[in-house]
Design a protein around this ligand. Structure first.
Ligand SMILES: Cc1cc2nc3c(=O)[nH]c(=O)nc-3n(C[C@H](O)[C@H](O)[C@H](O)COP(=O)(O)OP(=O)(O)OC[C@H]3O[C@@H](n4cnc5c(N)ncnc54)[C@H](O)[C@@H]3O)c2cc1C
Length: 375
């Protein structure tokens, strides 16, 4: 074995980048191994919403707590990562509007508003006139909506690069086009990772290979049930922004980006790694977008793309150490919220690696809840 590291991180998406950044900042000797380019998979495709409240509804569970804590970290992170990497990841703090088209949705949103207000989270109901006063291009067909001032957005690819490049500036080694083929597991501990070129020796390994995490582990008899969920998006361009806040409705969301760019997402198709954009998926999104924002018909088409989200059996990410192999950690399965959850994931995994007691109870996220190990 030629080189030795404290930690090898497998996967150069937003999660691997965030962990590499936290560890490099704390002085660990880190190598991040990415089989393609940095942020070339799900983290490239994401719309960048920080939807702690809009996505998680009435559930007051551990994921909500994690999401709210992570969302609160973005403001400080903006300056921090820009100072180190020079990358501005476009944090926008203009809230989210989730609008209702059907009376049942109005009732559903009222329940969410009540539950979230009880948790002390700012959210308010707006009637149709109030929504349109705020966002004049939204369809007059809507029956009102809930406004969440705290749910902002970022540019997901730039955030992912800002993490990885800040990690590199602080001493982490980044290796692109380096696929990890297997792990070295001996006497109850992880000892290294194997690539096509070499075996890299390390004390700890973090699996952040997104939807491919299960595929990587399977040949070693470790069955981590992470599965792929494809999502498609498209973007259009206008000179004058059509909306200022992110607008969400059932089956479609719109995220206004810099320079009059509007991202519209996203479809869901389970159990496929096929990243082709389907005509049918796109046609559905286009129809929903026209209903929500009629003026989008006049916009200039920019492009369409797809990405593969990592999902788990119960919708909760895997964050923690393997029960049997010491030093083998998982940070994967963030599904629709990996961008939102990236800052807190980096801190939690770095804390675990340093042996610090976390202020967050991680038992609900423990990978051992679903791990099957074939001896
Ligand atoms: C259309 C769409 C919209 C989304 N919108 C949002 C949103 O608005 N907000 C939000 O919070 N989240 C959103 N998400 C979800 C978010 O993108 C993911 O949760 C997040 O990017 C997951 O990050 P990751 O680093 O775990 O995975 P990835 O970004 O997929 O990174 C995993 C990396 O591991 C690498 N890899 C795999 N196997 C190996 C190996 N053997 N060796 C080395 N490297 C390997 C891959 O090449 C890849 O680069 C969206 C996702 C999609 C698809």
């Amino acid at each position: 074995m030629k080189s030795h590291y404290d930690v090898a991180i497998i996967g150069g998406g937003v999660i691997g980048g965030s962990i590499a950044y936290q560890l490099a900042k704390r002085g660990s000797k880190v190598v991040l191994l990415e089989k393609d380019r940095l942020a070339s998979q799900s983290s490239q495709a994401a719309a960048g919403m920080l939807g702690a409240q809009v996505e998680l509804g009435t559930e007051v569970g551990p994921l909500f707590e994690l999401a709210v804590k992570s969302r609160a970290m973005f403001r400080e992170l903006t300056g921090e990562l820009k100072d180190i990497s020079g990358i501005d990841f476009g944090f926008v703090d203009k809230g989210m509007l989730k609008v209702a088209f059907e009376p049942e949705q109005v009732a559903e949103f009222q329940e969410i508003i009540d539950a979230q207000q009880k948790m002390g989270q700012p959210v308010e109901w707006m009637n149709t006139t109030e929504v349109i006063a705020r966002e004049p291009e939204i369809s007059g067909e809507i029956l009102g909506g809930m406004y969440i001032p705290g749910d902002g957005q970022v540019s997901a690819p730039e955030l992912s690069l800002a993490f990885a490049k800040s990690a590199a500036a602080l001493g982490a080694e980044i290796r692109e086009h380096t696929e990890v083929l297997s792990l070295v597991l001996e006497q109850g501990s992880v000892k290294g990772v194997v690539t096509a070129e070499e075996t890299i020796s390390c004390d700890k390994v973090v699996i952040c290979a997104g939807a491919w995490s299960g595929i990587l582990l399977k040949p070693m008899g470790i069955d981590l049930p992470v599965y792929p969920v494809k999502g498609e998006c498209f973007s259009v361009l206008t000179h004058k922004p059509l909306i200022t806040s992110t607008v969400f409705s059932h089956g479609c969301y719109m995220v206004p980006k810099r320079g009059g760019r509007l991202v519209v997402g996203a479809t869901m198709k389970e159990h496929t790694y096929d990243r082709k954009v389907s005509f049918d998926g796109l046609a559905t999104l286009v129809e929903r977008a026209k209903r929500l924002l009629p003026q989008i018909r006049e916009a200039e088409w920019e492009k369409a793309w797809a990405g593969i989200r990592p999902q788990t059996g119960d919708g909760m990410p895997y964050l923690g150490e393997h029960g049997d192999w010491k030093g083998l950690l998982f940070a994967t399965g963030h599904f629709r919220n990996g961008i939102l959850l990236s800052p807190i994931t980096g801190c939690l995994i770095a804390d675990l690696i340093e042996g610090k007691t976390s202020e967050i109870n991680l038992s609900s996220f423990s990978p051992t809840r679903h791990l099957i190990v074939k001896q």
